[in-house]
Design a protein around this ligand. Structure first.
Ligand code: 5AD
Ligand code: SF4
Length: 424
């Protein structure tokens, strides 16, 4: 059988797309391997979110193409198309973001660009999963928000939701395969809507919670402008839905938020935080912060730090603004210099570290329930688990504990990862 290796760059949705491609390939005449050396074909699933991600993929392609047949798929393929073919004349194929299900014909036909034109996206029910306890499921694709800095609407297309039936079938398959947790993915899961059955995101959560075997349901990402009180309440009212909301703030300055086209103010954002805290005591809130957007003054930046202090995020993904060709922000004249952007990045990292440490310390001595996900990669002989609100806890044990729930007492809580002892 022809062996294929898949290399993934970028976000969790890309990981899912790679699992989809692997599922499609495995159901055909290909064997997907975890060992790149033995593969005849290498599929590189790419990200366009920041220049850095593209640079890394470009150098990966350059190295792989020397002795493999290379297929470039995903966001960068969608964005660069002919440019990629010109840069790497030996590329076997280039596959866009609407065509993951055509990966087999891309490999078989070769030297072809496979783009758009396909209106129906097929999702195999059986994916080739990378994990054993948590299964990711993309419930919607694309984005209509057009935040001024973001390439996603251009490379992923208009927002579209999958039908509920297909999603539920995929969850049932996960349950059959022994998974305990699902995580729904989408650029803006709040606006999920299956028009055929008139099911919105709350409805999807409720229906998913009825599937036996799956004990936990997570989701990301929520857009602050669409996070209604009703949705917060239905998250809180569905026991299987984890009490963790990932809610990108981006900036704490109303002026910048407006230019970013985010459609909310810092005060609205903080009202969402208060509502979540009220409805889900002990729940977690995490965020994305984007520093160095064009024209961001020191005052704007201080307002971001202020909102971070008020919100008390459990964790933040912090990004330094990277101009993406084709987006509005890339054309703005007031681009900041690297030094300023980097200094702000470090500032935010430092503040978040302090906030996270304080939160972690408050767990010392507390009793929590964790789902063991597998061995801890750093400390030998320790297994790793995750709480409902996404805190990592390591405990002594072995592989037989994977996929099981344990009540533990936190006995160490200095760093980001806590240590626990099992309660009998
Ligand atoms: N530069 C830096 N970060 C970006 N993000 C989106 N576009 C850019 C860009 N051009 C960040 C945002 C988003 C996260 C997934 O990536 O913070 O929420
Ligand atoms: Fe990009 Fe904004 Fe859409 Fe998120 S909501 S994917 S940041 S355009």
């Amino acid at each position: 059988m022809t062996k294929v290796y898949i290399k993934t760059f970028g976000c969790q949705m890309n990981v899912y797309d790679s699992e989809r491609m692997a599922g499609v390939l495995g159901a055909s005449d290909f064997e997907v391997t975890d060992d790149e050396k033995e593969a005849e074909y290498v599929v590189i699933n790419t990200c366009s979110g920041r220049q850095h991600a593209e640079d890394r993929a470009l150098s990966y392609i350059g190295a792989a193409i020397k002795n493999k047949k290379v297929i470039v798929a995903g966001c960068m393929a969608e964005r660069m198309q002919d440019e990629l073919m010109a840069k790497f004349p030996r590329l076997h194929a280039v596959v866009g973001t609407f065509n993951f299900s055509n990966i087999t014909s891309a490999i078989n036909r070769g030297k072809k660009k496979i783009f758009a034109g396909v209106t129906e996206e097929k999702y195999p029910v059986k994916l080739r999963r990378n994990e054993k306890v948590r299964g990711y499921i993309t419930i919607m694709q694309g984005c209509d928000n057009y935040c001024a800095y973001c390439i996603v609407p251009y490379v992923r297309g208009r927002e579209r939701s999958r039908d509920v039936e297909g999603i539920l079938a995929e969850i049932s398959q996960l349950a059959t395969d022994g998974f305990k947790e699902v995580m729904f993915l989408g650029q803006n899961v709040n606006s999920f809507l299956d028009e055929k059955t008139n099911t919105n995101f709350s409805g999807l959560l409720r229906k998913s919670a009825e599937i036996p075997g799956i004990e936990r349901i997570r989701f990301m990402t929520s857009h602050p402008k669409d996070l209604s009180d009703e949705l917060i309440e239905s998250i809180s009212a569905t026991p299987k839905v984890c009490k963790h909301v990932h809610l990108p703030l981006q900036s704490g300055s109303d002026r910048i938020l407006k230019i970013m086209n985010r459609h909310y103010t810092a005060e609205w954002y903080l009202s969402r935080v208060r509502k979540i805290r009220e409805a889900m005591p002990g729940g977690a809130i995490t965020t994305d912060i984007l520093v160095g957007f064009p024209g961001e003054t020191d005052e704007d930046f201080q307002q971001t730090l202020e909102v971070m202090r008020k919100a008390g995020f459990d964790a933040s993904y912090i990004f330094q603004y990277s101009p993406r060709r084709g987006t509005k922000a890339a054309l703005m004249e007031s681009q900041l210099d690297e030094k300023t952007k980097l200094a702000r990045l470090n500032n935010v990292l430092e503040l978040q570290k302090k906030i996270s440490e304080d939160i972690t310390k408050s767990y010392l001595g507390r009793k929590v329930e964790i789902l063991v996900t597998g061995p801890n990669m750093v400390v030998k002989g320790m297994m790793e688990g995750i709480t409902d609100n996404s805190k990592k806890v390591i405990i002594p044990g072995d592989g037989s504990m994977t996929g099981k729930f344990f009540r533990v007492k936190v006995i160490r809580a200095q760093t980001a990862i806590m240590e626990g002892e099992i309660l009998k």
